[in-house]
Design a protein around this ligand. Structure first.
Ligand code: GLN
Length: 486
């Protein structure tokens, strides 16, 4: 069986018809992990025994008594708490931390009978755009092993692109699902803020974080989002979806209006990306959709506002990692304050420290109004821009990332260049809007993603539109790891 041709739905159907057992399916993916992960580096932890035990339990259940997705494997970004399974956010400070509970999304997948293959690499505490900020290992792009997979959910995107799991979960605070999905040629979706519970997601910036699917196609994204969405008493900001999602079936875009965000096609956008994006616009036209250019003047300030708001929230959220309750504690401290200092100095990486310092600074009493308040006002202006735009069009489109996957090490010395990677994705987080990235084509052999943004809670329609576009644009090429791995 060719793992690269399998969607999660195909896995479900093979299990349902009895053509394969869950054990065979899990072994298929574990074998693929074995074959390629020394080169790709998606996994921080492979739970071979746990996954096989779960699969054996599924196989022991009569087929007509199983739940629809029972026995289908999945892999998880390492900031989702899984009871008893080491969860580190790829940080030294959480080394050895085994959560005593499941995140709500994990509990939901467990109840649906999905099988956890393991935990995936990421930028430390989800801060980054290349997964190079992981304190543990590099993850490489399955299309070109000398390039980054994007980030911070780089492990989640690479593992789906390299067919090490049929699908995965990631989290998106400023683009961390969509940007790596774009760079790795897979589908990635950030739901409307509040659609998915954040309980048990180790927080980066609570007003921006959302968990979402990374999959091989749009229909799998719909299926996985439907499994994890829902209001949750443990997260007071969760509301769920207005109605359960159904499989997208739309094949034409007649009557739909798409707004092209002009601000995202400026000089930061690479010519090769622009070319693929123009092809996507032509495909939307060909499918009966209408496209017009729109200006959203405030979105250009999104990056600046984000790099105040996200660090501010992070500096508060990360205060709990002090050596007392979780993971690493420095040895040899002379007193409590010394223990805090040493633990945090040893435990956090450079980027995390940079964010904590920026966040602490912008929240300090003398600077609060000058920075934090201004950033919050900018956030409101951005939300207003989107609201006005959605008065004229149904969806907004742009490239997901201004460039294709960049070289390993290329941006690590220049944080500002790294921050630019999320130019087109951050505004949707600031406004709480749902957005999806789907593969739109290749530039110099590397994937380019199309981002589609919708109004709040428009997930069903957004997935329908994405599905229709996918029918015309889907990638036929496979990543280079597919050849090398055989
Ligand atoms: N790259 C952005 C950052 O570094 C976004 C990260 C994310 O979405 N988690 O903050």
């Amino acid at each position: 069986m060719d793992v690269f041709s399998l969607t999660a739905r195909a896995c479900r159907d093979l299990l349902g018809s009895g053509e394969v057992s869950s054990t065979e399916l899990v072994e298929l993916y574990l074998d693929q992990v074995e074959r390629v992960d020394d080169r790709v580096g998606s996994f921080l932890l492979v739970d071979r025994d746990g996954a096989l035990a779960q699969a054996a339990a599924v196989d022991a259940t009569p087929r007509d008594e199983r739940l629809p997705w029972e026995g289908v494997p999945i892999a998880l970004k390492d900031l989702l708490c899984v009871e008893g399974m080491e969860t580190t956010c790829a940080s030294r400070i959480l080394k050895g931390y085994r959560p005593p509970y499941d995140a709500t999304v994990v509990a939901k997948l467990r109840a649906a009978g999905l099988i956890f293959l393991g935990k995936l690499n990421m930028d430390e505490f989800a801060m980054g755009s290349s997964t190079e900020n992981s304190s543990v290992q590099l993850t490489r792009n399955p299309w070109d092993l000398e390039r980054v997979p994007g980030g911070s959910s780089g492990g989640s995107a690479a593992c789906v692109a390299a067919a090490q799991a049929p699908w995965s979960l990631g989290s998106d605070t400023g683009g961390s699902i969509r940007q790596p999905a774009s760079l790795c040629g897979v589908v990635g979706m950030k739901p409307t803020y509040g659609v998915v519970s954040r309980y048990g997601l180790i927080a980066f910036a609570s007003s921006l974080d959302q968990i979402g699917p990374l999959t091989r196609d749009v229909r799998d994204a719909a299926a996985l989002l439907d499994l994890i969405a829902g209001n949750d008493l443990m997260d007071s900001t969760s509301v769920g979806l207005p109605a359960p999602l159904v499989m997208p079936t739309r094949t034409d875009l007649t009557g739909l209006r798409f707004g092209v965000i002009r601000e995202f096609l400026g000089e930061a956008c690479e010519p090769g990306v622009r070319e693929v994006f123009d092809g996507a616009v032509a495909a939307i036209h060909a499918a009966g959709g209408m496209c017009e250019e729109l200006q959203l003047p405030s979105v250009e300030k999104g990056l600046a506002a984000y790099y105040i708001i996200a660090p501010a929230e992070a500096s508060s959220n990360l205060a709990r990692f002090d050596g007392v309750r979780f993971g690493h504690r420095s040895e040899g401290a002379v007193d409590l304050i010394d223990m805090y200092n040493r633990t945090r100095s040893e435990g956090f990486g450079e980027e995390v420290k940079r964010r904590i310092m920026i966040g602490t600074y912008v929240l300090s009493s003398g600077y609060y109004d000058a920075y934090y308040t201004q950033a919050q006002k900018t956030r409101t202006l951005i939300a207003d821009d989107f609201r006005r735009a959605f008065g004229r069009v149904d969806y907004l489109i742009s490239p997901t990332s201004p460039t294709v996957a960049f070289g390993i090490g290329e941006r690590t010395q220049d944080p500002l260049a790294m921050y630019l990677s999320d130019l087109c994705t951050i505004p949707a987080n600031l406004a709480g809007l749902p957005a999806i990235s789907i593969p739109a084509g290749l530039s110099h052999g590397l994937p380019v993603g199309l981002q589609i943004i919708g109004p709040h809670f428009s997930e069903q329609g957004l997935l329908e539109a994405a599905y229709a576009v996918e029918q015309r644009l889907g990638l036929s090429a496979l990543p280079s790891i597919a050849e090398a791995g055989r």
